[in-house]
Design a protein around this ligand. Structure first.
Ligand SMILES: *Cc1c(COP(=O)(O)O)cnc(C)c1O
Length: 431
């Protein structure tokens, strides 16, 4: 592949781009889960307008762009209030949940300043914590889940020691959509003098608007930081998340400053240097457009749709729901049934679910886009599951390989496969 010599006209580029999309997951029709959070054409138009206006503005310098400063300050203030922060609270805008978590772990590490820091978290916590620990030289101590799939708080108590810099709970966890017992985890952390982070990357913008709220945010005594993704249930453009701290002075450990560079004094609050103005504007715009009322409405739509989809799964012989079934994530497994084969059948029909392991299962993150697709899903699920159950369909090679890797005891070997797979991703493809 060589770099193109001659340019292509604007309209030809647009034609190529439109053609490229033909093979993509069809999120518009509500058949894709977990990757896209589509709140409707009106919200999409708000995002597009805002993003286009600020496409070249750079959030690296808020002095040059007072517009971005105003939007960012406002939206962070809104999020501090939404997630129960008091007058001392402060937040940062990041590029996504992974960066928010990286920042929360860095802040905790640098605030504690231990020689051999460790992080205590449940096995269900997002891999972004493992990644942050990997990047930041922090050890990870994982505790198991109880039968209800919430973190085992007694095991957490046993895992914490004098080098623990952060204790983590999820609200909710990606695999099963279950909210950990945040009051118990935060109380434990507080009693041991350790900060507590709530990962509300996924659930934050649902839980804050539920009619029957569960305790999960900075209002819970002992919670010191929280991450919530604007680009998930905030319905913002990809590339925005917030990390909120109960205490501004603690957040200071997140910051970075270089003072001797010939390029001048350089200060940066988060990982990113240059920050896209479009993402900041789009996040501000969607919050301002929807308001509390808009989010509350969309949350009701999501929970209603999730209940309908759960009923369809519960009514399908051979499938069993996992988790407490309260929020927007649906997780299920098969009883004597290969759910990865079910997944394959659903993929052939245009559905895109996520796979779980320990036990093998499937997962769906429900959004407003899925309202229209719920009955079609029920019909397809019944047909595909019946075919797997009576042996007309068995797992193809892809599902079989995935199933084998999920259960292979040699996890170092599995890690090698995953790294190989990453290496193959950017090789030229046929066709
Ligand atoms: C998505 C997610 C993350 C990571 O967020 P990214 O935006 O993908 O970087 C972290 N925690 C939970 C619970 C998530 O669902």
């Amino acid at each position: 592949m060589s770099f193109p010599k001659e340019g292509l006209s604007r309209s030809d580029v647009a034609t190529v781009l439109r053609d490229l999309r033909h093979g993509d997951a069809d999120w518009h029709a509500g058949r894709t889960f977990s990757l896209v959070y589509f709140a409707g054409e009106d919200v999409l138009a708000v995002l597009r307008d805002a993003y286009q206006l600020f496409i070249h503005e750079n959030g690296l310098s808020l002095d040059a762009f007072p517009s971005l400063r105003k939007m960012e300050t406002e939206l962070l203030g809104w999020c501090c209030e939404l997630f129960g922060g008091g007058p001392a609270s402060a937040a940062s805008l990041t590029s996504g949940g992974t960066e928010s978590i990286l920042m929360a772990v860095k802040t905790a590490r640098d605030a504690a300043a231990r020689a051999t820091p460790n992080l205590v978290l449940p096995v269900s916590a997002h891999p972004a914590f493992d990644k942050a620990a990997h990047y930041l030289g922090v050890a990870v101590r994982k505790v198991p889940l109880r039968a209800d799939l919430r973190a085992d708080v007694d095991a957490m108590a046993a895992a914490i020691d004098g080098d623990t810099v952060l204790v983590v709970g999820s609200a909710y966890g990606f695999p099963h959509g279950v909210v950990d017992d945040i009051p118990a985890i935060a109380a434990l952390a507080q009693s041991r003098g350790v900060p507590c982070h709530v990962d509300a990357c996924l659930g934050g913008f649902i839980l804050a608007f539920e009619d029957e709220p569960v305790p999960f945010d900075l209002r819970v005594p002992g919670v010191t930081s929280l991450s919530a993704d604007l680009h998930k249930y905030g319905y913002a453009a990809k590339g925005s998340s917030v990390v909120v701290y109960a205490d501004r002075s603690y957040r200071r450990h997140q910051f970075f400053a270089a003072t001797d560079w010939p390029g001048g004094l350089y200060g940066s609050p988060t990982l990113a240097g240059t920050r896209p103005g479009g993402g900041i504007a789009a996040a501000w715009a969607v919050l301002r457009h929807l308001g509390r009322d808009g989010y509350a409405h969309l949350t009701r739509v999501v929970l209603h749709t999730a209940a309908a989809l759960r009923a369809a799964i519960a009514g399908t012989p051979g499938l069993r729901l996992l988790g407490d079934g309260r929020h927007s994530v649906i997780a299920f497994t098969g009883d004597d049934l290969d759910v990865y084969a079910v997944d394959e059948g659903l993929r052939e029909r245009g559905w895109h679910l996520d796979r779980l392991q320990n036990p093998n299962g499937l997962q769906m993150i429900v959004t407003p886009a899925h309202v229209q697709a719920a009955s079609a899903f029920e019909a397809d699920l019944a047909e595909v599951t019946a075919a797997v159950r009576d042996g007309r369909r068995t797992a193809g090679s892809d599902a079989a390989v995935y199933g084998a890797l999920a259960t292979l005891p040699d996890r170092a070997m599995v890690q090698g496969f995953v790294l190989d797979w990453l290496d193959l991703r950017d090789r030229p493809q046929e066709g």
